[in-house]
Design a protein around this ligand. Structure first.
Ligand SMILES: C[S@@+](CC[C@H](N)C(=O)[O-])C[C@H]1O[C@@H](n2cnc3c(N)ncnc32)[C@H](O)[C@@H]1O
Length: 430
């Protein structure tokens, strides 16, 4: 498996963007060929069910659809669920979508022309856009720094029209807008976490950017339908649930395989910060504020200030956990220690759910990384092995495997710093 991601001598990088995989640069994406290798390793057959309970941008679901598997994806985050639906539930016959997009473009031009006619000087404040009839983007902190008035106007018009669409077309156009946010907002593209750009973007043409993206996506649907003809499954076989997986109730024994990668602990990757402009702009589509996840999220940073490290469930189930956390962490904020302990307590529940959902003999590929806590590296892989074994899930093997995320084989320095090593843990239910 490790060989899969090593650069070969004559290729610059693996193409992790085939089919719908390249439609959105969701932070912390799975390399798709890893998912495919794992499904092949499990000998998954069409009609069987694979589950990814931390589905992120839906990489597992896309691979499942391409291979004719049924799939259940779960994620708390509305952006993740939207990306997952768009990438894995595209229609078998997408022809009507180009026509819908042509109408979208015409309406866009009309609305833009109406606004600019009312502001003949060509200059207008951000507030004029927020107060525009039809605008659905609520004012948010530092909006003026994130968008030029012109970029905000284009985004506002796009969102107004997206909200008039239904079903798959709405998800498709909203995903295209979200994917282009890095070229629309004043976001520094060299950083993974959203930061202001030093100089504001000028001449942002939202319709041109979104059109280019939608066309690319529609061509991608056609190509995928052709490249996987005879194998690809129906969009109805992919179920995307916007839920907390800790409390999701799947029927007992209903899943053949689980292929997933949870957050690696507290603050491994900040999905909320990285995709801030997508959340803020598409607030109307998402219906609720994802900043209210609080401690529902596995690896949450939002624990009560007085949360204590005592009484962790994991202590009694994992000797490695007990000894690691008994040693003390000089100079480390005790709240951070409590957050990590809560993370492992959540993993106890994750293991219990897996045991229930999987059929006997069903298999799990659990991709996890070991983070630092203060000066010490947490042996997360070993702790997870112990926690899951307690639930009746047998650890078959541990494959050390450093992931390359974000669609390329480029080195990601921040990732090197906070994630020491990664492994694919393969479990089987007895
Ligand atoms: C490492 S990402 C998964 C990335 C995914 N493998 C991909 O290819 O895009 C982890 C995901 O877990 C989700 N998550 C965190 N806590 C959750 C919970 N309690 N229930 C469901 N999803 C959760 C986050 O929103 C995030 O999208």
């Amino acid at each position: 498996m490790a060989a899969l991601e090593n650069r070969s001598l004559d290729s610059k990088s693996w193409d992790g963007n085939y089919g719908p995989h390249g439609w959105h640069r969701y932070v912390g994406r799975f390399p798709p060929h890893l998912v495919r290798a794992l499904l092949n390793h499990f000998e998954a057959r069409p009609g069987q069910t694979v589950c990814d309970p931390f589905t992120g941008s839906g990489t597992t679901l896309v691979e499942a659809r391409m291979l004719g598997l049924r799939a259940v994806g779960i994620d708390l985050c509305p952006l993740s669920c939207m990306l997952s639906r768009t990438k894995s539930k595209f229609p078998d016959d997408p022809r009507h979508l180009s026509q819908r997009f042509n109408q979208f473009s015409q309406h866009f031009e009309g609305l833009l022309a109406g606004f600019t006619k009312a502001h003949p000087s060509g200059t207008y404040p951000h507030n004029a856009v927020v107060e525009r009839e039809g605008n659905a983007i609520p004012k948010f902190a530092n909006m003026e720094r994130w968008f030029t008035p012109e970029a905000l106007l284009g985004t506002s018009v796009a969102v107004e029209l997206i909200m008039q669409e239904e079903g798959y077309a709405r998800d498709l156009f909203a995903t295209a807008l979200s994917a282009e946010m890095r070229s629309i907002g004043n976001v520094d593209v060299d950083v993974v976490r959203a930061e202001y750009r030093k100089t504001a973007r000028v001449g942002v043409d939202v319709l041109r950017l979104v059109s280019r993206r939608v066309k690319k996506m529609l061509a991608g649907i056609d190509r995928t339908l052709r490249s996987h003809e005879g194998l690809i499954g129906s969009p109805d076989d992919i179920d995307v649930r916007e839920e907390n997986m800790l409390s999701t109730d799947l029927a007992e024994g209903s899943v053949d395989y689980i292929v997933t990668s949870p957050p690696y602990g507290v603050e491994s990757l900040s999905y909320l910060r990285t995709h801030l402009l997508s959340y803020r702009s598409l607030d109307a589509h998402f219906k609720y504020d994802p900043y209210s996840f609080s401690d529902d999220a596995v690896g949450s940073e939002y624990l009560a200030a007085d949360a204590s490290a005592a009484g962790s469930v994991a202590t009694s189930l994992s000797p490695t956990f007990a000894s690691f956390f008994s040693e003390g962490f000089d100079g480390t904020d005790p709240r951070r220690v409590a957050m990590m302990e809560k993370f492992f307590d959540d993993l106890v529940q994750v293991g219990a759910n897996f045991q229930k959902w999987l059929r006997p003999g069903g298999a799990i590929a659990f991709v996890i990384g070991n983070k630092r806590l203060g000066e010490r590296v947490i042996p997360t892989d070993i702790i997870v092995g112990e926690l899951f074994s307690n639930q009746g899930l047998r650890l078959e093997k541990t494959v050390e495997h450093k992931l390359k995320t974000n669609n390329s084989n480029s080195e990601v320095p921040w990732q090197e710093r906070i994630i020491q090593n990664e492994a694919v843990l393969i479990f089987r239910r007895a």
